[in-house]
Design a protein around this ligand. Structure first.
Ligand code: SF4
Ligand code: SF4
Ligand code: SF4
Length: 528
């Protein structure tokens, strides 16, 4: 029995006939290959491709019909795009892009198919086993058993609810017309298990944006409460409420494998100066993965924020260390209930950076900032370094008074990131920086600061028509300020708001230029 595992997604039509012919001719399919017959390779999403690696595949082949012969029209094109994107992400994550392959065959292509299967199997064996530890086989010492629902209710003092309804009247989901009430959800959970399907759906619908907590006179911390309930549910029955088929959760779980070696900064621009021995680390986060996955969103380039962040550090003579082997901070695993894998990532990251003697970690991502500075220590993982948001560093340096800004020929408004604003309590900091810039005009949106509404999606859960509706509402609020540039501070705000801007019905009406604050500062800052 071979130690290797290769998944072959085989299209039901032309290549299946060729495969059949092979078997009829007595050809022994390599034992490493496990064939899965599919109706069309175009239906195998990026999430399914990655899932195979997460479950322990060493290689995945997608075998379909040639262009123009696909029974469903665009199947071949979808398969090509999905394979290309996933290949690039596998490469970036250190799993290896060549472990995934796409090929097409006609019914009579028996010999070419035989050659393909033999060569692919040989290639995979040359590459060796996948570095991903199959989920389920990971040592269990990282497990933290979630408490009971009653304990979770007690921990967050949810019984102190006065039934005032302020949470519901603030919740952007409820205000978008979703029959949804945080207060009623607490009540339904307090009514004890078994939780109904509707309650579980609502637990994953919450955006954990924290607006309700902001308003609650009893200080019921709904985001933290929901997060604990998600862990409780996840540990018992998993989670099927993830956007994009759970692609990002899968990706983050693969990063818990100690042996993977990502190539995180390989494609960085040549002008960035880094110090490979430095004690100040710039932690980039997952933006490059998002750019590949969402490459069809017009002009999405969230990696630019990371490069501009390093440029700004360089501007102030800081040459940060950049870790090729950087993994995700684990934010999305934590907030989508997978506490066990979050803890694995947190420990791997912390051990690696502690071993390197990192003294200060700087990040430009609100989620990395919140997770590394607050959630790691709260979960018993203690970094030996200080975590700083880039804005803190910039404010300190700019305050020394030696710089100025070139005029910014835009009327700007600002979209708060909930992880920076309400969930880390540093909403004032980006505003301080904005006030130092020289835009034509700066106007706050109707709901801003403590009352701001988020981008409508968190941790790749809860994306539905209602979150889309309030993204549209948010963009309209931005347009109502008369601004022509929406400044953001989170890569996901860019992704989600741009997604809403591509609404096929509202189209141009919602279009508005967006840019990350880091990039705006990088392009206007000057020495005095
Ligand atoms: S955290 Fe946000 S989305 Fe969730 S219930 Fe509160 S206000 Fe609504
Ligand atoms: S705002 Fe707080 S006290 Fe009021 S109903 Fe909501 S959870 Fe209860
Ligand atoms: S907001 Fe857009 S990009 Fe984000 S999960 Fe929903 S559909 Fe996908």
């Amino acid at each position: 029995m071979s130690d290797y595992k290769i998944i072959l997604y085989l299209c039901n039509w032309a290549p299946h006939t060729a495969y059949h012919n092979l078997q009829d001719n007595g050809y022994q399919i390599p034992p490493e290959i496990k064939m899965v017959r599919v109706s069309c390779t175009g239906r195998i999403t990026k999430a399914l491709l990655l899932k195979a690696f997460e479950m322990g595949a060493d290689g995945v082949a997608l075998v379909g019909c040639g262009p123009g012969t696909c029974r469903y029209g665009t199947g071949t094109l979808n398969a090509v795009n999905n394979t290309e994107d996933t290949e690039r992400i596998l490469e970036l994550a250190g799993i290896g892009g060549r472990r995934l392959r796409f090929a097409t065959f006609l019914p009579d292509d028996t010999e070419p198919l035989r050659r393909f299967l033999a060569e692919f199997t040989a290639d995979i064996k040359t590459m060796g086993k996948s570095p991903v530890v199959p989920m389920g086989k990971v040592p269990a010492e990282t497990t933290e058993d979630p408490t009971s629902l009653a304990d979770i209710l007690k921990k967050h003092d949810a019984y102190a609810c006065q039934d005032c309804g302020k949470c519901t009247s603030a919740c952007p989901l409820a205000l978008s017309g979703k029959p949804y009430s945080p207060r009623a959800l607490v009540g339904a959970i307090a009514a004890a298990p078994p939780l109904s399907e509707a309650v579980i759906r609502d637990v994953w619908a919450c955006l954990t944006c924290g607006l309700c907590h902001e308003r609650c006179p009893s200080d019921v911390d709904f985001p933290e409460f929901i997060r604990d309930v998600r862990s409780w549910i996840h540990a018992r029955q998993g989670d099927e409420n993830q956007a994009h088929g759970g692609f990002f959760q899968s990706l983050m779980r693969t990063m818990t494998s100690p042996e993977i070696s990502p190539g995180r900064w390989k494609d960085r621009p040549a002008d960035l100066i880094a110090d490979p021995e430095g004690k100040t680390l710039f932690f980039g986060g997952c933006a490059p993965y998002f750019d590949i996955f969402f490459r069809n969103h017009a002009g999405l380039d969230t990696s630019r924020t990371l490069f501009d962040a390093v440029r700004l550090l360089n501007f102030f003579d800081v040459h940060p260390r950049l870790l090729e082997t950087e993994r995700c901070c684990g934010h999305d695993l934590l907030w989508s209930g997978d506490r066990q894998n979050f803890l694995k990532l947190a420990r791997l990251n912390t051990e690696m950076m502690n071993d390197l003697g990192i003294e200060t970690l700087i990040t430009a991502c609100p989620e990395c900032y919140r997770t590394l500075s607050l959630d790691y220590p709260r979960h018993g993982v203690k970094p030996a370094f200080t975590v700083m948001h880039l804005y803190e560093f910039l404010e300190r340096e700019i305050d020394k008074g030696a710089v100025t800004f070139a005029p910014l020929e835009h009327r700007i408004t600002y979209q708060d990131a909930c992880r920076l604003n309400r969930l880390s309590g540093v909403g004032a900091l980006p505003r301080k920086l904005i006030h130092r810039l020289m835009p034509t005009r700066f106007t706050e949106m109707k709901d801003s600061g403590a009352a701001s509404i988020c981008c409508g999606n968190c941790a790749w859960t809860g994306c539905d028509a209602y979150s889309k509706a309030f993204q549209v509402r948010r963009i309209r609020q931005a347009a109502a300020t008369g601004s022509d540039l929406m400044v953001t501070s989170c890569p996901k705000c860019q992704i989600h708001l741009r997604c809403a801007m591509e609404d096929p019905f509202l189209g141009r009406e919602l279009m508005m230029e967006t840019a990350d604050l880091t990039s705006v500062i990088a392009r206007t800052i000057r020495w005095e």
